[in-house]
Design a protein around this ligand. Structure first.
Ligand SMILES: Nc1ncnc2c1ncn2[C@@H]1O[C@H](COP(=O)(O)OP(=O)(O)OP(=O)(O)O)[C@@H](O)[C@H]1O
Length: 636
């Protein structure tokens, strides 16, 4: 175990300095709310704070830190940053997960503490479609006749979305149910019951799981107490996107406790309103948790020119806010923002492909650092560019199929073993495998006897897997090897370390996906090293939606389709589409481009359609105010 660092001697890790306000938050022992713009270092601040609390002993064993993020890759990213800095032993007390994973872990571990009416079966299935209109209507129809009031005609009068919004999302579950139930509440309770008990396995979505976790905590003071004692510190990243369900759970879990909460967020990046992000969440948090507010003024991500352009948009979104300051000696260059206008998507594709090619071959920017962004439907918007890139020998891939998968700890564990089997040297994988084995054995990765024993095991296993990989010629065979890797750690041990794998078929599903994707990559490259790199996307240009790009950053960002039809929900300079545009703009470190095509295949039937930019004129206006004029690019 490393030595404790005295509080006054502790210094930030891996960065030269922190803004004074950020340093104050890192060392704060009261609830805090950090509101700051993109690239201000909010996530970094949380990572530093975790190091501070763990290394100085302010979060002493067995106390833990709970960090909640919105996306699995963001949670993993934060966990990795902390582990790298404090080492595996201290990092074991840093639990970084999504809200959904947190709620699910509570439901899975304390399922029997959920009052009987709402208690799901152990093997419940996750069903993302429950709330879809037609599906919810048919579940409503399935409860016809279960109570005298539940007649077909009465149910037909109810709108599925209203019932779902009011009683699945908006209504804190209660036991006993109020006696003066309205018809709608009655119906909703029967629908809950149907989903919980209608077949041998309950069907739940994550919103329902959030509600059940909240209910369980409200009914089990001992579990609530244990949770509060365990988590002395709680971090909430991307707090602007907190939904009513997430917030209710946060309040039930930690309001009035001794746990110290740190929330960080940016109202201008609020792009989850469609998913239920709460209005006025910062004020609610400040009031409910008596949190002290902090602001950060730097933008440490983007080059000065980009920070300058961003400040015009910030002014449109939040006229009263103070413009951010750029870091000028950050080695990012001056920065470049361009607005490109094309006659059609083919000219656009060839221009972008050439530009990406030049960036990779001449400027030596890694493909992974060049991101193609779209508002929605990235497969459709990037299809022509993708084909052009292939012609130039550049691989590009849709990240949505990989992002979550790669963030899974089981996938990381298996990939580390495969890397050891395929590559002569892979010190990072070696270290991570040893750390995981040490975690499983409850041993120390610095214990010599343990290390020697593990080395022998790993070396023998690596030889065995290496032989198996050489003989693979089907995805089924690869699945067997993947399972072998899981057995190497031991399934029960792995699930004990990562309780998310205890319930249902989740682990099997992700391991199957891993084997399929890896096999696909092997088919493309013909060798296992290439397949691993292909799976990890190390040599591919990532393609994703703005939502998937949250929290990420790239040297170059190319946003395809700054058009009315892509940003169809745009209403004014302060609505969610403007925030989405802001997120896109602020992902770039050095260079950002937005494209417009007069003719582009529409996303419904692929026919060429005329595109307009009338509704989103205010966005163009902001760019123009910043001095960014459209460049008309013709076919050369
Ligand atoms: N104190 C610092 N010194 C140097 N670099 C920093 C510092 N803080 C953050 N960074 C770097 O700046 C970039 C942005 O940091 P981070 O992702 O934490 O910002 P953020 O505020 O969470 O951004 P966003 O809200 O846009 O996702 C990262 O590359 C990070 O490593």
């Amino acid at each position: 175990m490393g030595k404790r660092i005295p509080k006054e001697k502790w210094l930030p890790k891996g960065v030269k300095e922190l803004e004074p306000a950020a340093f104050d938050v890192v060392r704060s022992l009261e609830n805090a709310l950090v509101i700051a713009g993109p690239g201000a270092g909010k996530t970094e601040l949380l990572a530093q704070r975790a190091c501070y609390l763990l290394e100085t002993g302010l979060c002493p064993s067995p106390k833990r830190i709970l960090a909640i993020s919105f996306k699995r890759d963001a949670a993993k990213n934060l966990a990795d940053r902390v582990a790298k800095r404090v080492g595996p032993e201290l990092a074991r007390r840093f639990d970084s997960m999504t809200f959904d994973a947190f709620a699910k872990s509570l439901v899975d571990r304390f399922r029997l503490g959920i009052p009987a009416f709402f208690c799901p079966t152990t093997d419940y299935v996750i069903d993302f479609d429950i709330s879809k209109d037609a599906r919810f209507r048919s579940t409503m129809e399935e409860v016809v006749g279960q109570a005298t009031v539940l007649t077909q005609s009465a149910i037909a009068q109810c709108r599925p979305n209203d019932i779902y919004r009011r009683y699945f999302i908006g209504y804190p579950l209660q036991i006993p149910h109020p006696s003066n139930r309205t018809f709608e509440l009655n119906l909703a309770l029967y629908v809950w019951r149907r989903l919980l008990r209608g077949s041998s396995k309950s069907a739940l979505n994550f919103e329902m799981i959030g509600r059940l976790a909240d209910l369980m905590l409200r009914h089990n003071p001992s579990v609530l107490n244990a949770l509060r004692i365990t988590y002395g510190f709680v971090f909430l990243d991307e707090f602007q996107d907190t939904t009513s369900i997430h917030y209710a759970l946060t309040k039930t879990a930690f309001k009035g406790s001794d746990s110290i909460l740190t929330a960080v967020g940016d109202e201008k990046q609020k792009i989850m309103v469609w998913a239920g992000a709460l209005d006025g969440i910062f004020k609610k948090f400040k009031d409910d948790f008596a949190a002290k507010a902090f602001g950060l003024k730097m933008n440490r991500r983007s080059a000065p020119e980009l920070v300058r352009v961003q400040s015009y948009l910030i002014n449109a979104l939040e006229p009263d806010s103070i413009p951010p300051e750029a870091v000028t000696d950050g080695g990012k260059g001056e920065g470049e923002c361009r607005l490109l206008s094309f006659h059609d998507h083919e000219i656009e594709a060839s221009y972008i492909a050439n530009l990406v090619h030049k960036a990779i071959t001449v400027e030596k920017i890694p493909a992974r650092q060049i991101c193609l962004l779209t508002r929605n439907l990235p497969g459709k918007y990037s299809a022509t560019v993708g084909a052009e890139l292939v012609k130039l020998g550049i691989s590009a891939r849709l990240e949505d199929q990989f992002q979550d998968l790669q963030a899974e700890p089981a996938v990381e564990a298996v990939m580390n073993l495969l890397k050891l089997a395929v590559r002569k040297r892979s010190p990072e994988s070696w270290e991570q495998v040893v750390d995981l084995l040490a975690g499983i054995a409850g041993s120390s990765a610095e214990d010599d006897t343990f290390i020697r024993e593990m080395e022998k095991r790993i070396l023998a296993f690596r030889t065995e897997v290496s032989g198996c990989l050489a003989a693979v010629n089907s995805s089924a065979q690869l699945k067997e090897i993947v399972n072998k890797c899981v057995d190497f750690f031991g399934l029960p041990s792995l699930t004990a370390c990562f309780p998310q794998y205890e319930q249902g078929t989740y682990l099997t599903d992700i391991l199957e996906k891993l084997a399929d994707k890896l096999f696909e990559a092997w088919n493309q490259t013909g060798n296992w090293d290439g397949a691993i790199k292909g799976f990890e996307g190390l040599n591919s240009v990532p393609i994703m939606t703005i939502h998937k790009s949250k929290g990420l950053e790239y040297h170059t960002v190319i946003f395809i389709g700054l058009e009315d039809s892509a940003l169809w929900a745009f209403r004014n300079s302060q609505n969610e589409e403007t925030c989405a545009f802001f997120v896109a703009l602020s992902r770039a470190i050095t260079r950002v481009m937005f494209t417009f095509c007069h003719l582009r295949p529409n996303t419904r039937d692929g026919r060429l359609s005329h595109q307009s930019k009338n509704t989103i004129t205010p966005l163009y206006q902001v760019l123009q105010d910043a001095g960014i004029e459209p460049e008309s690019i013709s076919n050369e």
